[in-house]
Design a protein around this ligand. Structure first.
Ligand code: HEM
Ligand code: HEM
Length: 497
């Protein structure tokens, strides 16, 4: 048994690959609609006035953010865990009936939760906290889904054959623990039916409705401690876990430095948790907390770039692979965008820069060079790497991959450059004043000026979405092609498991 290659079981991986693609399409499609709604407000009524309640920007926006974060990204994290976990721990899911059952339960409860989220957000049921919009019954379901994820991580670790934990496993564990802590604290809420007014009378309201346990400034602080660390433990740590596994696998190169990977790991863990204050600069949060947020944000460049440089140096002496392999292109561009957004973020966290950037489209630009260039590219690269191995088929078309790469790269560039120009224009126009202190421009002046940039962003987003459809088609055709043995796969790495 020990000497025979293990037969890994990819049932749960395949299930989550499916939701990564499906929810990616839904989330990004809504993103494109939102982008064009900002350029052409008439689109808020695209299905007529009767349905405006369901099609307006504010109803659709949380559906976009939650579909891409809790749908696309989270499914990608789950799909890769069920693949990477088995391989680096040298254990098959099939060896434990219990783990297999829990894995499937994890998937189906996740699906039920997604359906509940979609229905409730469309119906306008929301706590109105960004990225934490779900009411308490859904929060409870999310906690159960998360516990099942944790059981899979620690269950597989518990029955592993490989003694040492590869660095990616550390990052997956941190994702689990980090999100668990953040989610629980930020979603402490009191169902309205249990709440009473100061005079002791019953408040009433729908059974699902709740109010936050924190008030005012405290609520804002906890919310942005959560919001910023959702970036850390949703958009950074698990994506780093993926690249540390998939880049060496695909390139056949060992990680450049394990020491650097550990140093960056602990750096990220320590620094991220203190940086959330940068979302609340110039607010009622105590000044020292704002300054602390800024300082920790700037220092955060170090572990962020530590990871990114480690990835780039992994390709040392093998740069020809970037030209030759579309998959390596995706991963190298992802690391580059990671460096880019983790330089841009700290700059925006400097108080004087934030005075211009806050509330403007420059922030939206920062978000999307991170999520499209880093998160999106890396998740697609991971699925491209896994698809031939889990379906035991050669990837359908490498030239389609290359075209997708260039179309999406152009899409990201159009997105963030237009948002930079729009954001800085907005920031400068809002603060411009004459010699008497009167504002030089009215708000609507800025809206008019921004129209072309919003249109360009819409086109950029559309290109990214077209690329995503190409990706989905390529994976679909791969699934339905002629089966081959793993050893026959062209890009199979010489590195074993
Ligand atoms: C060193 C790392 C980073 C730092 C210091 C940083 C800093 C910042 C700052 C200062 C803001 C603007 C806050 C405001 O004025 O409203 C922001 C917003 C944001 N950043 Fe980053 N960023 C970093 C990395 C990233 C990465 C890699 C991503 C995604 C992949 C990301 C996603 C976001 C999101 C989603 C928001 C918007 C939150 C909201 O207002 O809804 N950040 N970041
Ligand atoms: C086709 C691709 C996409 C398009 C066209 C798009 C478009 C948009 C638009 C128009 C907004 C609203 C901006 C505003 O309120 O001014 C938005 C917000 C946001 N999107 Fe996307 N998006 C796309 C993909 C993604 C992906 C893949 C992710 C994450 C994995 C993502 C995460 C977010 C986040 C976190 C926000 C909130 C930003 C903030 O509050 O500052 N988007 N997106």
């Amino acid at each position: 048994m020990e000497n025979r290659p293990l037969e890994y079981d990819y049932t749960v991986t395949k299930m989550f690959m499916f939701t990564t693609i499906a929810l990616g399409i839904v989330g990004m499609l809504i993103g494109v609609i939102l982008a064009f709604q900002l350029a052409y407000p008439g689109l808020n009524l695209m299905l007529g006035e009767g349905l405006a309640e369901y099609t307006n920007f504010s109803r659709l926006r949380p559906l976009h953010t939650d579909a891409v974060i809790f749908g696309f990204t989270l499914s990608g994290i789950f799909a890769t865990w069920y693949y990477v976990g088995q391989r680096v721990l040298k254990v098959s899911m099939a060896e434990s009936k219990l783990l297999m059952f829990l894995g499937k339960l994890h998937f189906w409860l996740y699906i039920i939760t997604v359906v509940a989220v979609v229905i409730s957000l469309f119906a306008g049921v929301t706590t109105s906290k960004e990225y934490a919009e779900f009411e308490w019954p859904i929060d409870i379901a999310i906690v159960v889904v998360w516990v099942l994820f944790g059981m899979s991580i620690f269950g597989l670790i518990g029955i592993r054959r490989e003694k040492s934990l590869y660095i990616s496993v550390w990052y997956y564990i941190a994702t689990f623990l980090g999100i668990a802590m953040l989610y629980l604290f930020n979603n402490m809420e009191i169902p309205t039916i249990m709440a009473s007014a100061p005079d002791g009378s019953h408040v009433g309201g729908n059974w699902w409705h709740s109010i936050s346990m924190y008030a005012g400034t405290n609520d804002a602080l906890v919310q942005w401690w959560y919001g910023h660390n959702a970036v850390a433990f949703g958009f950074t740590v698990p994506i780093v876990a993926m690249i540390y596994y998939f880049l060496p696998k695909e390139s056949g190169q060992a990680i450049y430095s394990y020491k650097l990977s550990l140093l960056s790991f602990w750096g990220l863990m320590f620094l991220y948790l203190w940086a959330g204050g940068h979302h609340l600069l110039y607010s009622t949060v105590p000044d020292w907390m704002q300054t602390m947020g800024s300082i920790f944000s700037v220092i955060l460049i170090l572990p962020s770039w530590g990871s990114a440089i480690n990835m780039l140096l992994t390709m040392k002496g093998e740069w020809q692979q970037v030209a030759a392999s579309p998959l390596i292109k995706f991963m190298i561009l992802a690391s580059t965008f990671y460096m880019f957004s983790t330089l841009e973020g700290p700059i925006q966290a400097i108080k004087s820069v934030n005075a211009i950037a806050h509330f403007t489209d420059w922030i939206v630009g920062h978000v999307h060079d991170g999520v499209l260039g880093w998160v999106g590219f890396m998740i697609m690269a991971a699925l491209f790497h896994m698809a031939p191995r889990v379906f035991k088929r050669e990837i359908y078309s490498k030239s389609l991959m290359t075209s997708q790469f260039w179309i999406q790269t152009l899409g990201v560039v159009l997105y963030f450059t237009s948002m930079w120009i729009a954001g800085i224009t907005q920031g400068m126009m809002w603060r411009a004043h004459d010699e008497f202190g009167n504002l030089a421009y009215s708000f609507i002046d800025t809206v008019t000026v921004l129209h072309p940039y919003y249109t360009i962003r819409g086109v950029g987003g559309l290109l990214y979405l077209v690329g995503f459809f190409m990706f989905a088609y390529n994976i679909y055709k791969t699934m339905s092609a002629r089966p081959v043995e793993e050893s026959e796969l062209q890009s199979a790495s010489p590195m074993g498991a």
